[in-house]
Design a protein around this ligand. Structure first.
Ligand SMILES: Nc1nc2c(ncn2[C@@H]2O[C@H](COP(=O)(O)OP(=O)(O)OP(=O)(O)O)[C@@H](O)[C@H]2O)c(=O)[nH]1
Ligand SMILES: [Mg+2]
Length: 201
């Protein structure tokens, strides 16, 4: 079957809630620390390296970028968090925009939280999980850049993350991922199919 997510097309960049696309249908958003690999994960999912802009410079995506799949489904690339070097004013602006989005978006079917497999569960990641738990938003964690670790250490990191999440009482699924060699793409697609209510035959 052709990859459903290949149909993703850029819709709009928003810097405030008035620019968000009209409510209706379902959205799945990608969040994570700056430079974790959100845009790369989206591009791998959609098999389109030109869809979301990726960068070696952290904090590059400062807007909320919406992509449409069909008239009822959208993907959302959220600006990265936790980048120490951004000026305070920019950090506050980020916070305002994220609150605007996450707190007022009933169409949000699920949040994919991207973490570097070598540096998972940082403060802001935990804050994000807490926020989602509070609002009842389903979450799915991608431990990305798995290609940077050998098989053994990668599996260990996955297990460790699962243990911490269980201990802390977070009900979230977790998987390994690599945008470089496409590891975990099918698992991610299955999760999104579930949230988007897509029957994959
Ligand atoms: N080796 C490897 N590098 C990756 C992977 N995913 C992303 N990268 C690299 O990590 C850097 C950041 O990737 P982006 O996808 O731009 O990260 P982002 O989370 O969207 O960053 P911001 O939008 O700035 O918050 C780029 O240099 C990517 O090429 C991966 O799975 N493996
Ligand atoms: Mg990005």
């Amino acid at each position: 079957m052709k990859n459903y997510y290949q149909r993703a097309r850029f819709l709009i960049s928003a810097s405030q809630s008035s620019q968000f696309p009209n409510e209706g249908g379902l959205e799945v958003a990608f969040a994570g620390r700056s430079n974790a690999g959100k845009s790369s994960a989206l591009n791998t999912l959609c098999e389109n390296k030109n869809l979301a802009r990726t960068s070696k410079t952290p904090g590059r995506t400062q807007l909320i970028n919406f992509f449409s799949l069909d008239d009822q489904r959208r993907l959302v690339d959220l600006p990265g968090y936790g980048y120490a070097k951004v000026p305070e004013a920019m950090r506050l602006e980020w916070q305002r925009l994220m609150e605007d989005y996450l707190g007022n978006r009933p169409v949000l079917a699920g949040l994919v939280i991207i973490m570097d497999i070598r540096h998972p569960l940082k403060d802001y990641d935990l804050q994000m999980l807490e926020w989602c738990q509070h609002f009842g938003t389903p979450t799915h964690i991608l431990l990305t850049k798995a290609d940077k670790l050998k098989k053994g250490p990668a599996a260990q990191s996955l297990q460790k993350v699962r243990n911490v999440l269980k201990k802390e009482g977070f009900d979230t699924s977790v998987q390994m991922f690599s945008a470089l060699n496409k590891t975990g793409t099918e698992e991610l697609q299955n999760k999104l199919n579930d949230w988007f209510d897509i029957d994959a035959e």
